[in-house]
Design a protein around this ligand. Structure first.
Ligand code: ATP
Length: 210
């Protein structure tokens, strides 16, 4: 079933996937991909749009200066992360460069997927950027704050304070719940999370494909 909106091919089902930092979104996205969805990963696209030689990287260099670029010519994500975290104006500037490029790249992928696809967009800041209305179904992954802090410290080399500051800069669990069609609570092991994801697919996605 193909539907055209403003000249655009829409997928069969367009799912927005979100959740706080280190809540388990990538794990859910990987399981949805295994079930047949095309996953559009905003984080991956935000890296792709600033690859060496890209228009995006050029704009970042102009806006934030040479410290934004690592010796190998790629964007220095750690340096840029620190810079924009400490300076809201720089953060707005960076977002103003990256977000439109990511949205355009995402739109191209969705169009290429065609009208029969189930497309899942993994959008960490879906709530913060007011995009919930753009999807047929919004999945929210939620995990306990202390667990997420422990993951960020263990896997990403953050300090306790850095991890908590990252979380505090995002929407709250309540704000994400408010836009959720389906809430996936990640409070057990990874296999449980995958099993819950398969149940969500069976209940909310599969019926729409018949
Ligand atoms: P980010 O927003 O930073 O991209 P994310 O929401 O995509 O994070 P994941 O990458 O899926 O989160 O999970 C963060 C880390 O926590 C990963 O190393 C993942 O394997 C681990 N993890 C997630 N859920 C569980 C769980 N239930 N049990 C054990 N480890 C988990």
């Amino acid at each position: 079933m193909s539907e055209t909106e403003a000249g655009r091919v829409r997928p069969r089902l367009h799912i927005g996937l979100t959740g706080g930092i280190a809540s388990g979104k990538s794990t859910v996205a990987a399981e949805l991909a295994a079930l047949g969805a095309l996953v559009v990963d905003a984080d991956a696209l935000s890296r792709a749009v600033v690859e060496p030689g890209s228009e995006g990287l050029d704009l970042v260099r102009q806006a934030l200066g040479p410290t934004a670029i690592a010796a190998d010519g790629t964007m220095d994500r750690a340096a840029v992360g620190k810079l924009v975290f400490a300076d809201p104006e720089a953060r707005n500037t960076l977002n103003g460069i990256i977000h439109p490029l990511v949205r355009a790249a995402g739109r191209r992928l969705v169009e290429e997927a065609g009208p029969d696809a189930v497309v899942v967009q993994d959008v960490p800041l879906l709530v913060e950027t007011g995009q919930a209305g753009a999807y047929d179904l919004v999945l929210v992954v939620e995990a306990e704050a202390e667990e997420r802090v422990a993951r960020m410290i263990r896997d990403r080399g953050m300090t306790d304070a850095e991890a908590r500051a990252r979380m505090a800069a995002q929407a709250t669990d309540e704000q994400r719940r408010a836009v959720a069609d389906v809430l996936i609570v990640n409070d057990a092991g990874l296999e449980d999370l995958r099993r819950t994801t398969r149940r969500v697919w069976d209940e909310y996605v599969a019926p729409k494909l018949t």
